[in-house]
Write a protein that binds this ligand. Structure first.
Ligand SMILES: [Zn+2]
Length: 202
């Protein structure tokens, strides 16, 4: 799947680029368990809006809003079984962003560290969760993949590297770092975010 040509379908509101998201879970996978849905949704919201190390920290113009409903111009972030993730992502053992439907599918085996994903990323469960949400949302923002080797093979591994498969010789990292991620960002989006960042806030 290529993310290179993903349009930046994000609303610009005044000085901000607004990214709306709707966290949910697959009812077929979870048997309509409201506790699963609430816990997942609250954690996703915390990662995208409250965490001290998220996309907004690196790009102050980016503003994240949790939508109350599916649709309505929001990117849906769904917790799914590994079987559903395989079907939707066409790749075993991974989570993914599908640009055609504006859906992010989070593989529950990775989310809960049942698989080797957390070990491969050399991350605790909490840090792996930060990584996978920020990585997939990064795709939705227009970022492509980068690798540990592409950033020199040492230091923190970029959020846009596929940490689920391993982090090479880099150090564990679960926060976007602008200078590392930007090489995977389309020029158009860099210009948009830079222009907005330069607008005085008073
Ligand atoms: Zn990816």
């Amino acid at each position: 799947m290529s993310y290179q040509n993903t349009p930046v379908a994000r609303a610009q509101r005044g000085e901000e680029v607004v990214f709306r998201f709707f966290p949910t879970f697959d009812k077929d996978d979870w048997d309509d368990d409201d506790r699963v849905a609430t816990m997942f949704a609250d954690e996703v919201e915390a990662i995208l809006t409250n965490d001290s190390s998220n996309w907004t920290k690196e790009y102050p113009s980016l503003h994240f809003e949790r939508a109350g409903k599916k649709g309505w111009g929001a990117c849906t972030i769904t917790l799914v079984s590994s079987a559903t993730a395989m079907r939707q992502c066409h790749m075993a053992g991974l989570s993914c962003y599908d640009p055609s439907s504006e859906n992010i599918y989070i593989n529950a085996d990775n989310w809960t560290c049942v698989s080797s994903a957390c070990a491969n990323a050399r991350s605790s469960m909490a840090n792996y969760r930060r990584y996978v949400i920020l990585h997939e949302v990064g795709h939705a923002l227009g970022f492509a993949h980068t690798t540990c080797n592409e950033v020199g093979g040492t230091g923190p591994v970029p959020i846009m590297s596929q940490q689920t498969k391993g982090i090479g010789t880099c150090d564990p990292n679960h926060a976007p770092i602008r200078r590392l991620e930007e090489q995977a960002l389309p020029k158009k989006l860099i210009e948009l975010m830079s222009a907005v960042d330069k607008v005085p806030s008073n």
